[in-house]
Structure formats: C-alpha cells, structure tokens
Design a protein around this ligand. Sequence first.
Ligand SMILES: Nc1ncnc2c1ncn2[C@@H]1O[C@H](COP(=O)(O)OP(=O)(O)OP(=O)(O)O)[C@@H](O)[C@H]1O
Length: 627
Amino acid sequence: MQEKGTISIHTENIFPIIKKFLYSDTEIFLRELVSNSVDATQKIKRLASLGQYNGELGDLRVEVAFDEAAKTITISDNGLGMTADEIKKYINQIAFSGATEFMEKFKEAKDANEIIGRFGLGFYSAFMVADKVEIETLSYQEGAQPAHWTCDGSTEFEISEGSLAERGTEITLHINKDSEEFLSKSRLQEILDKYCRFLPVPIKFGTTTESVEDGVDEEGKPKYNSIEVDNIINETNPIWTKAPSELKDEDYLDFYKQLYPFSEDPLFWIHLNVDYPFNLTGVLYFPKLKKDFEVQRNKIKLFSRQVFITDEVKDIVPEFLMLLHGVIDSPDIPLNVSRSFLQADSNVKKINSYITKKVADKLAELFKNDREGYEQKWGDIGLFVKYGMVSEDKFYDKAKDFVLLTNTDKKNFTLDEYKTKVEPLQTDKDGQLTYIYTNDPSKQDAFIQSANRKGYDVLLMDSPIDTHFVTHIENKLEKTSLKRVDADVADKLIKKEDAPEHVLTEEQATKVKAIFDKAINKPAYKVELESLSPDELPVTVTMDEFMRRMKDMAAMGGGMGFYGSMPDNYKVVINGNHKLVSRILQDDNEEVQAQLAKQAFDLALLSQGLLTGAELTEFVNRSVNLI
Ligand SMILES: Nc1ncnc2c1ncn2[C@@H]1O[C@H](COP(=O)(O)OP(=O)(O)OP(=O)(O)O)[C@@H](O)[C@H]1O
C-alpha cells in the first residue's frame, strides 16, 4: 500500500496560516495531541463496555517522550487507533464546514485557541512546532492493517503501510528550528503540568526514581533500594470529578494546597455539580483575603473534560467572585471563541447565575448553621458580599438576609436586627429611620461620642466598598437614610420635635454670628447658630452628607466628576446654648472675643484633623498665650 494525495482544503495552504497566527501560544500543540490520545483511549474503553470490542484493553495510558538528538517529540497511546481510510477521513479532510469560512474567520482570530478549537484543527497544531509529522497507527478493528502517514507541512501527504504491532497511535513530531525549546525535559514537564495535570487517563513522561523497602540489613533495620518507575504526571480522578459525599474536609484542603502551595487554608468551599441545563463540575474556594487582593485575581482554573483551558474566567464567573480560587470544569463553555461571543452565550449566562446562586446558598447555610463561625469570617467575606449586593440584584435579594452591619462596638447585626435595634431612638419626626455611620472612627471620634450620648448607634463603614454600599442599601431599604456621623451635629442628625430652646435673644444671636464670621473669615465655612444641648461642643464643623458622598464617589471614579470639581464647603455650627458662647458675649473686649471664637473654631477643626500647616502653628502659639 502506497498512496500519495492532497489534503483537502480548497484554499492554498493552511499551515503557513496556522504558523503565522498562532505563534504566541505554540505550546498548546501538546495539549491538543495529548487530549486526542486521551479521547482515543476513552473511546476504546467505551467500545469495550458496549461489547463492540472484545480484545484486551490493557493498561490504558498515553506516553509523551522526546529525543533531543533526533529532535523529535512522540505522543503515543493504546487507544482505538485508525485505519488508513480513517486517516484519510479524519486527518486529511480537515473537518470544517468550509475552507472559505475559515479563511474569513482567521483574519479576526487573535490567538491559537480561537482557530484551533473552532475548526477542529487540534491535530494540525502540531505543525506550529514541527516541520514534519508522522503517524503510526493500528486500529482496534479485526484484521486492520497498521498504517503510516507523513506530511511535511505542505498540503501533500503520504500514506503507506505502517509498522505498529499493537493497537494504538504514535505521533512523531520532527521539531522545527524555531521550536527547539520544546526538546527539553523541564519545558515539556511544565506544559504537561499546566494542561494535563488532571486528565482522566495516566500520562507517562519518562521515569523517576523511587526508593522502596527491600528486606532488612544485618541489624534488622529496613533496607532501601532505588528503582526507576514510570513518571505519571497527572492525577486521573481529581476531587471535582467525585461526589461530595465521598469527600472529607481534608480532601478539599489537600487539593487546595496542591493548587496553591503557599496559601493559607481557605475559609470554606463550594462543590459545584450540575448536569442540566448545562454540564458543570468544580470546587470553588473562598480564600483568606490578603490586603493586596488585586494580586489574587485569576485564580480559578477552567477545564473542559479535565483538560486545562485557561485561568481567564471573566464572564463565566461573576465579577464580584473573581477573587475565588479553585476549578470549574464544563464541556459546555465555548472555550475557543472571542470574548464578545462568550458574553452573549446563553450557557455562559446560565453558568454565571448558577455560580452566583450557589455562593449565595452556601453563605446562607453557613450563616444559619453557625452564626458565630460566620461572624468570625465576616472580615474576609464581607467585602465579597457587599460587592455582590451592589453589583447584582439577584445576589442582593439573597444576601439581604445574611449581610452583616457592624457597629463601633464591633457587634454584628443583620439588616432586620439592626432595624429593630435602632428604630425606637433613630426614627425622625416624619417616621424616617436614620442609620448613622463612620468611615474613620478615630478621626470622627468626637462626633461618635456625641451621637452615642444621645443614645444613637454608629455603624462602621470603613472599607473601600462601603461608599457604594451605603448608597445602595439606602436605595433599597424603605424609609431609611444613612448619614455619616459628621454630616451634622448630633442634635440635628435626626430631626426630632423637641429641639432644646434657644437661650440667646435674636440680637445676641446676630452678634455671636458676626463675631464668628469675622474671626473665621473663610468663604468655604458657613457659620450657623443652633440651639443644641449645653453639653455638646461649642463649635462643630460638618460637611453636608449628600455633597460629601458625591465627592467620595467622584474621588473613587464613580462618575460624579462634576461634584469632584466643586470646592469643599463646610458648615460651622455654633452651639448657642454652650456657656463659652455666653462668655464671649459678656466680654467687652473685641480682641478677646475674636481670640476665643477663633480658638473654639480651631479646636473643632483639630478634632477632625482639618487643622494643618501654618494654621496649626498659629493655633499652638495662641494656645500658649492663652495659658
Ligand atoms: N491519537 C489518536 N487516536 C485515534 N484517532 C485520532 C487520534 N488523534 C486524532 N485522531 C482522529 O483525528 C480526528 C481529528 O483530530 P483533531 O484533533 O484535528 O480534531 P478533533 O479532535 O476532532 O477536534 P479538536 O481537537 O478541535 O477538539 C479526531 O477526531 C480523531 O478521530
């Protein structure tokens, strides 16, 4: 048998195209060829189980080997093999619907994955690294003859009688000059580790030395012998392929350590397992958060039937869960198409909502079954939960029952619990609830103490996501508004009917305002006189809640650019009922009045860290003089 022929592509020559466009990730040739071999071994197993093959199955395995001197890499398997006719059918007639379509599409393709998977060119990726490829194969079919195929990367091929005596396929790549890096043990091992570590059939790559017990020496101590054993690079049954009921916590933790050797134990994990309406398995872990969580992105590995595809899981995993670690395996994710296509894919959308739901369910379960443990983990998971609530309404609906609000006493409350707690004292005269929060408890300490004195509770909202979270829950919660503790003096944070009476006459009030206006003398600070309780501070500086929040958002790039460019405006509240104010009024020396007013104002600035530079120096000097 000797035959020459032409590979059926109706366009000139496909190989230069493959080589040219796929240059950047040539290493995937190995993934493609090894997966073909794995498929071939799985097919023979299936045929045997269906009774269509009655021969010996043998030890099903795939072997990768290389020969540095001969410049070859060989991938062999004892799968179902091919007859010469099958080679012609499966290898020669590149199975894509039309060469024209291919030619149209390759122009837009950005990487090898896009072309190779889309057009069933897995085998041909060999030509990215080889000048010449040979196939030796023997089909499982009764009476099949071994076949040999060779092709030098042009559209010409040659089929002749082969030499294999055992069922299976052996593919030899004659590595080209530019790809000699692949003729190295460490490089091949690296690629195998990356893509083939969890393939379902043992993959052998060379041998390794193992020491085994071999009897005892004269003193009765065990003797050891070194022996060469096959180096199997993969684990054929990774945990995500098993049923959760078969697994213990240690198994999940061991697997985590295997994937991320230097990480701390995860907080908890979720075993994903669904086969309708799409097929998906996997294990997702909640890591212990580090401060620099940016570094932790892209820690989820995406597999398709245990073949590693990528760790770019954007779109498949909701944005707010990108910090999760672990693996997802789904044959239903279109792995080889462009991003925009992926976003629009209905399976991807379903998978995305499935993951969101599973994560929400897991959190709900943890919260319900072990509230104490959940609260301990809140520092790590709070950010995910809040981010999820802000970014996805469906998640909000579930998370509203297990999100925790933490107050300045470090006590945690659910939204409902908190409402019940603060309702009696923090409802204003119109029936509107006010939640008071701080984003910087040390800087806003004076305000927090004032609020506490009135019996108000203060929430801690000091993480970066809280700026958005505050606005979001305010929109969601009924008849509730949130105010930062320094948005106003404590007496005014929540409008009640019974405001303390003014002790000053109108004439005195005008006079006090004029004294402070003159002493402060800054257009950005608007002086107002209020009748607060006498034990509140004489002067308080506040910034309006709305304006401040818009500015915070502008600073975080939240699209409030207009507010970002507005000057800071503060309100200076003078407590007309404080005895210092009476003292200022009683003094008949204008100089002293001004000094006292300025001093009280500076103290207010100081308590909020607003007094700096020359003004701070002036304050210190003035204080020394006053003493
Ligand atoms: N080691 C092998 N043993 C038996 N048949 C093989 C082997 N390698 C390839 N084939 C046959 O050649 C066909 C073409 O392989 P190729 O990798 O080009 O495409 P594919 O595997 O069908 O698709 P893709 O690689 O894109 O998933 C396979 O479908 C299979 O029938």
